[in-house]
Design a protein around this ligand. Structure first.
Ligand SMILES: CC(C)(COP(=O)(O)OP(=O)(O)OC[C@H]1O[C@@H](n2cnc3c(N)ncnc32)[C@H](O)[C@@H]1OP(=O)(O)O)[C@@H](O)C(=O)NCCC(=O)NCCS
Length: 153
């Protein structure tokens, strides 16, 4: 199976926050952001594996800034780790107030997906090509996170 760079499967999705995404005080539900994180991470991993994927683990998420109705939320997702059938995606979330242009980084999330074959069984994924020193450091950090998750099963 050919190796691939993480750049080849990068995904960016953006969504304007509407009242249905928020509580009566105008703060967007954390669960809505978690759904977008899961979608963005899954898309990056599907692009990488060229297979459908399921979410197997989500690391804890901390929201550092509130996101309000009317903000544009942007999610950048990239594959940071490949195992045999599993992949980790890093998802960066930012929120922009479109009128002022003020942009905040609200959180970074790590989500693990498993690629599935046509029978729904875990299937091998292409390994990551590590092009830069930064790629190697990210893979090393991701390997440690994955080893910890698997040890907690
Ligand atoms: C994902 C799933 C197919 C894995 O099945 P499984 O029998 O555990 O398969 P395996 O033991 O072969 O594990 C497959 C891979 O997942 C990884 N994995 C399993 N549990 C994990 C966990 N808790 N955290 C991180 N990785 C995990 C394994 O390390 C393995 O990775 P590798 O092939 O790269 O080494 C199965 O657990 C499943 O269907 N889960 C439900 C998924 C789902 O519905 N998600 C949506 C949530 S609502």
């Amino acid at each position: 199976m050919d190796k691939k760079t993480s750049r080849a499967s990068r995904v960016t999705i953006a969504q304007l926050m509407h009242p249905e995404h928020a509580n009566p005080l105008g703060n967007v539900h954390g669960g809505w952001i978690m759904k977008l994180v899961d979608e963005a991470g899954a898309l990056a991993c599907m692009r990488h594996a060229k297979k459908r994927v399921v979410t197997v683990a989500v690391d804890s998420m901390t929201f550092r800034e509130p996101i309000k109705i009317g903000y544009l939320v942007t999610l950048h997702a990239e594959v940071t780790y490949t195992g045999r059938t599993s992949m980790e995606a890093e998802v960066q979330v930012t929120a922009e107030q479109p009128v002022t242009g003020e942009c905040t980084h609200t959180n970074t999330a790590y989500v693990v997906y498993v690629a599935l074959d046509d029978d729904g069984r875990p299937a091998p994924v292409p390994q990551l090509i590590l092009e830069t020193e930064e790629d190697m450091q990210r893979m090393e950090a991701a390997k440690k996170r994955q080893a910890y998750r698997v040890s907690q099963k």
